[in-house]
Structures are given as structure tokens and as C-alpha cells.
Design a protein around this ligand. Structure first.
Ligand code: 25A
Ligand code: L14
Length: 339
């Protein structure tokens, strides 16, 4: 096994790709070389890495010679087209898009929850949806210690999940509202500034949005529990970074709020932020820039048997995307699965 690895970042000029580069540096990943890849539009620009400016190259089928690990975050269509070429060239792909997540031969991994699943990869490991990741990190300790048989989740998702263009849209619409200017909608179907949209991605025939369907299916796959009852409502809110979630669970045996708090305190990747007397609870502006998932507002739901409510917040560009992908790369390297 080499000591240092050649890493490609596909979508290096995007919102998630930029954080991936930052995290490889921040977490001192054993990097031999970095190859930032993006569309022809961005080729020739440079991105910062470890005090240097590295030139962005155009993504082609020949981009992956000598690459050990390729981190993809340029949308599903690019992953479908280029991930097979990366695998063919001998790289392991960690894919942040939804392209391969539900493929039976592709592990869908959250290191705090199902690290062992990376072992059966055949070249591609999928990084789950941002909203799914933060929810399963928070629920894993309860799932293991107590058992969960039903999850009802409502999300309040920031615009950075859609990419830089959506962040620009929230900014320019906010300015337009405050200055009585013209509102332009290019990324979302309706105004997002000073509004809430109960739609993330397209609608399926049953009335659920694609984001809701992904949360349901991915949660079952990550827990390895196809019978788990899950329902989701996903909404977009005018927040730049950090997704919030109201999570209601029914456990398989009674559990006290105190016991859940203890589980959260000892869980990896979770910070308990739950002090209502001092008005302390998780919020996106506090979670942005952190790798942990913040959990608070833990309380019994007396309307149902063995039921609880939690409020879960995390930085969607970090744990929801780039941090999780880099942690998968660390697992690959640390456990020798790369060989
Ligand atoms: O297809 P999906 O799966 O639904 O994903 C859609 C988008 O969601 C983001 C990501 O946006 C993706 O493009 N995304 C995906 N998974 C995510 C996750 N888990 C996620 N976001 C959060 N969590 P993004 O803005 O973060 O990243 C876009 C990156 O993809 C590169 N890219 C796009 N097309 C490409 C390509 N790379 C190679 N080949 C292609 N054909 C893109 O690079 C960026 O790195 P870029 O060079 O195309 O864009 C550089 C800058 O240009 C701006 N821009 C984007 N589109 C246009 C544009 N400018 C002009 N015209 C455009 N049409 C952007 O601001 C970008 O930063
Ligand atoms: O990775 O917030 O499946 O618009 C697709 C929708 C990422 C977030 C995924 C959004 C998501 C994105």
C-alpha cells in the first residue's frame, strides 16, 4: 500500500468540491498529488491546496491515469458518464451524487453507522444524501441501544445543497426584495428569499419529491433494515448553509429522555446542544463550519407510544457531503481496503 495517494476531485470548482479540497488539507489526508477536475468552462482556473494554486483540468474519460481515489461531486449525469472510466483506470470512486446509491453492488456508507460496508465495494462507494447522513448519525446510537421501528422526518434545507448558483440566487433575490427590485428565479421554481418551498427536486407520481424518496430508501439501506418505517417531508428554507431536521421516532422499547441524552453524549460525530433553560439548541448558523451533527430539543412525544422528538442540525457541505466523503477515503486507506 502506498503511503501517499493521488487524489482526483471531480467538480473541484463547485460548492462541495471546494470543501473537499479544504478537508483533505485540514484532516491531513496522506496526499501525494491533487488533480482538480471540472467542466471546460472552469479548466485553466486554479484552486488552492496546501498553500499552492493547482490548475483545474477539464474532466474527460482519460482524466484518471495513476489516480488512487476519485472524489466525485459534479452531479449525477457526470458521475454516470465518468465514474466507470475512473474505475477502469484503477481508482476507487467515492461518489457524492445520487447516481449509484441504490445499486445493489454499491455500498452506501456513513462511517459512524456502517463502516464495514466499504469492504464489498467493486470500485464505487456512494456518499448518501446530505439530509440522510445527518439523520442517521443522530439516530444510530438509539437504533443500536434501543431499536427504532418508525421515523417521521421534516427537513428545513439550505440552498448550498443545490450548489453555488442557488447561493447566488438567494443573495440576489434578498437584495432585490430589500431594494424593491425585480425578482429573478433561475434555480428554483419560486422565489426562495423570505419564503419556504415544500419541494426539493422533482415530484414522483405518488406526490413525494425525489429528495423525500431518497431519504426513505437510503435510510433503510444504510441501516440494512428494509422494513424500517420512514416518512419524510423536505422543505427548502432561505438559509445559506446548514440543514435542520425535526425527527420523530418510535422506539421498540421505552426509553427516557435522559437515556437518549447519555447516548448522544457518548456518540461519535454527535454534539449534544440541548439546554433549553439557557435558550441553547442547534441552529444552522452555529453548525456551519463544524463536522459534527448537532442534536437538541430532545423530548418525549406523549401523543404516541415510545415516541420522541429531536432537532438535528448539520453543515450540509461538510458532514452532509465533503466530510463524509473524506472520512470514507480515510477508512479505505486506514483499513487497507484500497489494495
Ligand atoms: O445532477 P445532480 O446530482 O442533481 O447534482 C446537481 C448539482 O448539485 C450539486 C452540484 O453543484 C451539482 O452540480 N451537488 C451534487 N451532489 C451534492 C451534494 N451531495 C451537491 N451539492 C451538495 N451536496 P455544485 O455547484 O456544488 O458543483 C458543481 C460542480 O460540478 C462541475 N460540473 C458541472 N458540469 C460539469 C462539471 N464538471 C465537469 N464536467 C461537467 N460537464 C462544476 O464545474 C462544479 O465544479 P464548472 O466548471 O461547470 O462550474 C464552475 C462554476 O461555474 C458556475 N456554473 C455552473 N453552471 C454554470 C455555471 N456558469 C455558467 N453557466 C452554467 N451553466 C458555478 O458557479 C460553478 O462553481
Ligand atoms: O445529494 O439540496 O441527493 O438541492 C440532491 C439535492 C444534494 C442536495 C443529493 C439540494 C442532494 C441537493
Amino acid at each position: 500500500m502506498p503511503d501517499l495517494y493521488n487524489i482526483a476531485v471531480v467538480g473541484a470548482t463547485g460548492a462541495v468540491g471546494g470543501v473537499m479540497l479544504k478537508l483533505l488539507e485540514e484532516r491531513r489526508f496522506p496526499v501525494a498529488s491533487i488533480r482538480p477536475l471540472a467542466s471546460a468552462r472552469s479548466a485553466g482556473q486554479s484552486v488552492p491546496f496546501a498553500g499552492e494554486e493547482i490548475e483545474v483540468l477539464e474532466l474527460t474519460h482519460d482524466s484518471f491515469a495513476d489516480i488512487d481515489i476519485a472524489l466525485f461531486s459534479a452531479g449525477g449525469a457526470r458521475s454516470k458518464e465518468f465514474a466507470p472510466a475512473a474505475v477502469e483506470a484503477g481508482a476507487v470512486v467515492i461518489d457524492n451524487s445520487s447516481a449509484f446509491r441504490m445499486e445493489p453492488n454499491v455500498p452506501l456508507v456513513v462511517p459512524e453507522v456502517n463502516p464495514g460496508d466499504i469492504k464489498w465495494h467493486e470500485g464505487i462507494i456512494a456518499n448518501p444524501n446530505c439530509s440522510t447522513i445527518q439523520m442517521v448519525v443522530a439516530l444510530k446510537p438509539i437504533y443500536d441501544a434501543v431499536g427504532i421501528d418508525r421515523i417521521i422526518v421534516t427537513t428545513f434545507q439550505s440552498v448550498s445543497g443545490t450548489g453555488k448558483s442557488a447561493m447566488e440566487e438567494l443573495f440576489s433575490q434578498s437584495e432585490a426584495v430589500l431594494e424593491s427590485g425585480e425578482i429573478e428565479c433561475n434555480v428554483y421554481p419560486h422565489q426562495i428569499a423570505f419564503n419556504v418551498l415544500p419541494q426539493i427536486e422533482h415530484f414522483h407520481d405518488d406526490g413525494y419529491t425525489n429528495e423525500e424518496v431518497k431519504m426513505i430508501n437510503e435510510t433503510r439501506k444504510i441501516f440494512g433494515d428494509p422494513q424500517l418505517r420512514v416518512t419524510a417531508t423536505c422543505a427548502r428554507v432561505p438559509v445559506f448553509t446548514g440543514h435542520s431536521e425535526s425527527v420523530n421516532i418510535r422506539t421498540t422499547r421505552p426509553v427516557s429522555v435522559e437515556e437518549v441524552r447519555r447516548l448522544m453524549l457518548s456518540a461519535t460525530g454527535v454534539t449534544l446542544v440541548d439546554d433549553p433553560d439557557n435558550l441553547i439548541y442547534p441552529m444552522p448558523i452555529a453548525a456551519a463550519g463544524c463536522d459534527d451533527v448537532m442534536v437538541g430539543r430532545i423530548r418525549a412525544d406523549e401523543s404516541g407510544e415510545n415516541s420522541l422528538n429531536l432537532w438535528v442540525v448539520s453543515d450540509n457541505l461538510r458532514k452532509g457531503a465533503a466530510t463524509n466523503a473524506v472520512q470514507i477515503a480515510e477508512l479505505l486507506v486506514g483499513t487497507g481496503v484500497l489494495e
